[in-house]
Write a protein that binds this ligand. Structure first.
Ligand code: NAG
Length: 308
């Protein structure tokens, strides 16, 4: 009996999501490399804890079967170019077969099309991947969706075998499916999940700008008629704050994805999250309004439930 060869991957980079995904893979016995050149102490520690092995990109591209690009959306194209160039510098690394590049980032389908184009003519296969939900953690496994060009269906099937190594993979196949569809799914899902917080944030700030009493009345009305929304605000709005910078960029991507007049809705959310980010770094005025709303709403919930 032969021992199965455990997958060998490169994960770029060891951010919160990248390291959490890598951790699942290394716990299942996979080897995961990442390039820590120029990375912060925090990132290096995170990578170590995730069991990732530091290696230069030039070496990673000849070692691995899969390269997962998990970076802020703004860096997605640059990472693809670096990988393409690293492979070219190695003369195509034919001896181990070329790695497959999986773009796992929250970028819109047009951007993914450009990223796929970066590998045109290189022989490097490309798959479009999206991670729906927060980083893997105890009791939480985000679903990882993947799509590819029709002729790359076998690569997609191979990618699905990573389900045996701690990841939850679902293939987005079927009529018309191809490169761009996993990203379109991420845009639609993110547009709903994050857009709803754009709505909450806009209206809490607008009500408060009218008067603090209006914000209080809004809270009361939500508790009476929309208790589930108020519950979500209380539970999730504080966790949104440290992420607004990333969300602003993602809403830009969502806007470009949908186009038409609706595009402006998401461009607006992007501007809103920028505003919250500026407040976080500056005078904290908007952030204070939001956090006060959350605190008061929490108290109100406790009171109505007879807890205090
Ligand atoms: C990671 O590896 C690169 C290339 O081998 C090396 O230059 C760098 O110093 C290493 N960094 C850490 C933190 O080990």
């Amino acid at each position: 009996m032969t021992t199965p060869v455990l997958p060998c991957l490169g994960v770029i980079s060891a951010g919160l999501m990248g390291a959490a995904v890598a951790s699942r893979l290394t716990k299942a016995g996979c080897t995961v490399y990442t390039d820590l050149t120029g990375r912060s102490e925090t990132t290096r520690r995170r990578a170590k804890e995730a069991g990732m092995i530091n290696m230069s990109l030039a070496d990673i591209v000849v070692k691995v079967k899969w390269i997962l690009s998990i970076v802020p959306p703004a860096d997605a194209e640059l990472v693809a170019e670096k990988v393409r160039d690293a492979v070219a510098a190695r003369g195509g690394c034919v001896e181990n077969g070329l790695p497959v590049f999986a773009d796992c980032n929250a970028v819109n389908p047009k951007t993914v099309g450009r990223i796929a184009g970066i590998f045109a003519g290189t022989g490097i296969k490309f798959i479009d991947v999206c991670i729906c939900g927060g980083p893997p953690a105890d009791g939480h496994d985000p679903m990882i969706y993947a799509s590819a060009a029709a002729e790359d269906e076998q690569i997609l099937d191979k990618f699905a075998t990573l389900s045996k190594y701690g990841l939850k993979v679902s293939l987005l196949k079927g009529e018309g499916a191809g490169v761009g569809d996993a990203s379109a799914l991420k845009m639609a899902q993110g547009g709903i999940v994050k857009g709803i917080f754009g709505v909450y944030t806009t209206m809490i700030l607008a009500a408060h700008a009218s008067s603090p009493a209006t914000a209080k009345a809004l809270m009361k009305e939500l508790s009476l008629s929309q208790p589930l929304d108020l519950e979500r605000i209380v539970e999730r709005l504080p966790t949104m704050l440290p992420r607004v910078h990333r969300w602003a960029r993602e809403m830009e991507e969502v806007g470009d994805f949908i186009g038409g007049k609706e595009r402006d809705i998401y461009k607006g959310f992007s501007g809103l999250f920028d505003r919250v980010e500026k407040s976080l770094e500056g005078d904290k005025a908007d952030v204070d309004v939001l956090m006060k709303f959350v605190e008061d709403a929490e108290k109100m919930q406790h009171t109505t439930r007879g807890l205090v």
